[in-house]
Design a protein around this ligand. Structure first.
Ligand SMILES: *Cc1c(COP(=O)(O)O)cnc(C)c1O
Length: 229
């Protein structure tokens, strides 16, 4: 069920998109995280020119993809279950949440079936909460060092994604984003030196995106601050 109030002022959504976009440095992409919000809310954002949207459930992504304009770029940002990949493989723009080599292999398999190369990000677990998903920086380096990913023809590793701790301690958030930024630079240098396509750092949500941008974020994922008036 999508949480939706009939009283919602959809004009608010367009205004927030414009305000946030206007203040972004060049080269930073705003992904409007529309999870839990209905097609009407997405249309309100779409009508201001917004094209990148994020969803965290495969079923919702598929439903919304079917209902809404086909030039929307759909980002999958939630925890991805292997048995759901087949539904999103034909059209997903970017999968932000690869957290194991096995999952990468599965995405590759479905990419082959769908006849495309699926852009993916490796999700880094940097926050202090145990509940968050992702590879630790060490696990991420091990995965890349192992090198098997190089043989996968139907995925493309485009960068990293992270979520900072849910805390008011700004120094901790700074530390976490800085750590992922330095990991990103290290990986780019070590594994993608001759390949310009490792160029996405997906970091920052409603409460912390200005800090993420300071630390190299290229894609911010904003939900509540757009869709919740
Ligand atoms: C929900 C969600 C967001 C958006 O969070 P807000 O705080 O509402 O901006 C960003 N990234 C992920 C992975 C999410 O699940």
């Amino acid at each position: 069920m999508w949480i939706y109030s009939i009283m919602r002022d959809n004009g608010y959504i367009g205004r927030r998109i414009k305000e946030i976009s206007a203040a972004l440095p060049e080269g930073v992409t705003l992904i409007a995280v529309s999870k839990y919000h209905p097609a009407e809310a997405i249309e309100a954002a779409y009508s201001t020119g917004q094209r990148d949207f994020g969803e965290s459930k495969a079923q919702d992504l598929v439903k919304k993809h079917e209902m809404l304009p086909k030039d929307i770029k759909w980002h999958f940002i939630g925890h991805l279950q292997s048995n759901k990949i087949k539904y999103i493989a034909p059209f997903v723009h970017l999968i932000h949440s690869i957290d194991s080599y096995r999952l990468l292999q599965e995405v590759d398999r479905h990419g082959a079936k769908a006849g495309r190369r699926i852009p993916c990000l490796l999700q880094i677990h940097i926050a202090c909460e145990e509940t968050k998903f992702g590879l630790t920086p060490e696990e991420c380096l091990q995965l890349l060092d192992a090198g098997e990913w190089r043989s996968l023809q139907n995925i493309e590793i485009r960068g990293l994604m992270c979520m900072a701790s849910n805390t008011d301690v700004k120094e901790q958030i700074e530390r976490e984003f800085a750590a992922v930024h330095s990991l990103f630079n290290e990986i780019k240098e070590r594994f993608f030196k001759d390949n310009g396509s490792f160029d996405i750092l997906s970091a920052g949500m409603s409460d912390d995106y200005p800090i993420a941008i300071k630390h190299g974020s290229t894609h911010i994922r904003i939900g509540s601050s757009i869709f919740q008036s």
